[in-house]
Design a protein around this ligand. Structure first.
Ligand code: AMP
Ligand code: TRP
Length: 335
């Protein structure tokens, strides 16, 4: 039997996370866990998107530290700099340039419809800046610069990948074939981890700490938050998103960290109460996140090493980005 045709093709993978805000297990299960799996067999580029972070209120004097910390977080969560490129968005100027060029072909109406824009402009009423509206264009520039095949993200970013696809197609139609049209890659489960305190809302960096488990939370914090997590009326431990959103969310988290299916967990906890599920889940999370905490502590003392990884990443990203932008400039009549 021949294996030809069965050999998986190497995909170009791109994804990014903003440097601001501490990562939670939703970010890990929705995005970073996929990155770590994908880096084994594909060409991966993972970006710290600092230019995106400027669209929400932030403190300039803290930004450089947050960027370095995010690089440490990527490494502690398992991104391997020998397999994947890790770099800082603002250090590769082509991102801003391409964003401007793509601005000129993107209808404002498409941007106005974006859910994240609507939510953020409600949240930051005093600061509804043009960058917040144009945010998805910069994201499209990030992705399209690297001729990306797949973009591993959580559910909430799907709409931004859709608009990226629309922009890519439109550009190709108008100026000739230039960009690959990328696809979003959501995890089979865990694309939308819910808040511990309001299980019908997604777990979010900007909600109060008790609503989420941080990737680097200390054991006592993990235990306290899980034990206080909102569950549902009734007693049985059964997965039902509509009727039992709280318990279902805990089962999803349990399943993804333990590798056991939800069915197996329902069996394991048959006849047992919510307190037992929570106690067992706290222990699982404390153990699973232990290596993240340890690696982060180690890396915090190795600033020079982390900066060198970002510099190597910048160089590699720069080569790909400048080649794409040269083509774009030519196609648009700029050179
Ligand atoms: P953000 O927190 O918006 O910076 O998101 C960073 C990455 O984590 C993106 O790929 C999101 O789609 C993903 N993500 C954010 N919140 C969740 C969540 N509650 N469940 C699953 N994925 C998430
Ligand atoms: N908008 C993404 C978020 O809020 C972050 C992001 C910026 C991104 N550029 C990207 C994600 C490119 C994937 C690909 O999570």
């Amino acid at each position: 039997m021949t294996t030809r045709g069965l050999t998986p093709t190497i995909m170009k993978v791109f994804s990014g996370i903003q440097p601001t805000g501490a990562l939670h297990i939703g970010n890990y299960l929705g995005a970073i866990k996929q990155w770590v799996e994908l880096q084994e067999k594909n060409e991966c580029v993972f970006c710290i998107v600092d230019l995106h972070a400027l669209t929400s209120p932030y403190q300039p004097e803290t930004l450089q530290n947050l960027i370095l910390e995010k690089a440490i977080v990527y490494l502690a969560a398992g991104v391997n700099p020998e397999k994947a490129t890790i770099f800082v968005q603002s250090e590769v100027k082509e991102h801003s340039e391409l964003a401007w060029l793509l601005n000129t072909i993107t209808p404002i109406g498409d941007l106005n419809r974006m859910t994240q824009y609507k939510e953020k402009s409600k949240k930051f009423k005093q600061n509804v800046n043009a960058g917040l509206l144009n945010y998805p264009i910069l994201m499209a520039a990030d992705i399209l610069l690297y001729q990306t095949d797949i973009v591993p993200v959580g559910q909430d970013q799907k709409q931004h990948i859709e608009i990226t696809r629309t922009i890519a197609r439109k550009f190709n139609q108008k100026f000739g074939q230039t960009f690959k049209v990328p696809e979003a890659k959501l995890p089979n489960a865990g694309a939308k981890i819910m808040s511990l305190t309001q299980p019908t809302k997604k777990m979010s960096k900007t909600d109060p700490p008790e609503s989420r488990i941080g990737l680097f939370d200390e054991p006592e914090e993990i235990k306290a938050k899980i034990m206080k997590a909102v569950t549902d009326t009734g007693k049985t431990i059964k997965y039902n998103e509509k009727l039992k959103p709280g318990v279902s969310n805990l089962l999803t988290i349990y399943s993804l960290f333990s590798g056991k299916t939800v069915k197996e967990l329902e069996k394991k906890f048959k006849g047992k109460g919510y307190a037992e599920l929570k106690k067992s889940l706290s222990e699982l999370l404390i153990n699973s996140l232990e290596s993240f905490r340890r690696k982060k502590k180690e890396l915090l003392c190795r600033e020079v090493y982390v900066k060198e990884i970002l510099e190597q990443g910048r160089k590699r990203a720069q080569i790909i980005a400048s080649s794409t932008i040269a083509d774009v400039r030519k196609k648009m009549g700029l050179t």
